[in-house]
Design a protein around this ligand. Structure first.
Ligand SMILES: [Zn+2]
Length: 295
């Protein structure tokens, strides 16, 4: 069934349901967030301005054209509509867009840390990586411009010091990607608190990428491996999904070389130039030992 076959009333109810889930999971506070569906070539359904996404009704939805001009509805369209319109202009395959401010993912967006490390197999298979679109004043033309750089190659983005954006072939698929991003952020934060991630190696990332075809996962762009682990710096118009993954032939999991975290003496041997930490007692024992040998 194509989107055009789904009755408009059903699509309005779907937006209400997705809004309720965003609110219930704490992905939005107050009147944050917005949801749109493209139901015809030049027609969008959008959530209204100034309403909690947890308490919407189908009658509140607004119909606009692809220039953002209101076609029907008693309320005003979402104030972030420009960002949604830009996504539909760039991506003919996208039929729905979800924007929210999930706390952990937004924390990464505020810290300026993209979710682009090869950490979870299902994220590599689906979203690939989640880059950060540069900071832009909400509701201005700056925001669509920032989003445009990345949206051709990604189904999920962080928006610097703002929130997250996901797209899909229908509104539930866009919503589930928002869940995946927040879950990924939660796991990444936990791993970092516990001493740092172990990363999936390039070899394994390529194996996971090949599974995309097998499972029929549609992805807007291929993964491009970045083994320098230092960051891609000012990407202009991303054409692939940069996943940070160490080149480690024969290994599938590798300690993150960027984190400088040791994983204990059994997992890792310190390199010649690496700093090691000893307690005063351990240091004194080593000196004592060396002195003994000199005698
Ligand atoms: Zn927002």
């Amino acid at each position: 069934m194509t989107m055009a076959d789904v009755p408009l009333d059903q699509l309005k109810s779907d937006i209400v349901e997705v809004g309720r889930r965003l609110y219930e999971r704490g992905f939005v506070a107050s009147n944050d967030g917005n949801i749109t569906i493209r139901f015809a070539e030049d027609r969008l359904l959008t959530t209204p301005k100034s309403v909690s996404k947890g308490f919407m009704t189908p009658e509140m939805m607004v119909v606009v054209d692809l220039d953002g001009k209101k076609v029907s509805g008693t309320r005003d369209a979402s104030s972030e509509l420009k960002m949604h319109l830009e996504v539909y202009r760039q991506r003919a395959d996208v039929k729905a867009v979800v924007h929210a401010h999930p706390a952990l993912a937004t924390g990464f967006a505020v810290a300026g840390i993209p979710l682009d490390r090869a950490v979870l197999a299902e994220v590599i298979c689906t979203l690939g990586s989640i880059p950060i679109a540069e900071y832009a004043t909400p509701s201005t033309q700056e925001l669509p411009n920032a989003v445009r750089q990345y949206i051709k190659a990604h189904d999920g983005l962080l928006l610097a010091n703002h929130g997250a954006l996901t797209v899909g072939a229908d509104v539930f698929s866009a919503y589930y990607k928002m869940e995946t991003i927040e879950h990924f952020a939660k796991i990444s934060l936990t791993a970092r608190l516990l001493g740092g991630e172990r990363l999936i190696s390039q070899e394994e990332v390529l194996r996971l990428q090949s599974l995309r075809g097998l499972y029929g996962i549609a992805s807007p762009a291929p993964i491009c491996l970045d083994d320098d682990m230092t960051g891609s710096g000012g990407v202009v118009d991303a054409t692939c999904q940069v996943v940070r993954s160490p080149d480690a032939p024969g290994s599938r999991l590798v300690p993150d070389p960027a984190s400088g975290v040791a994983f204990g003496p059994r997992d890792r041997t310190a390199g010649a130039d690496e700093e090691i930490r000893l307690t005063y007692r351990e240091l004194a024992a080593l000196i004592e030992d060396a002195v003994q040998k000199l005698r």
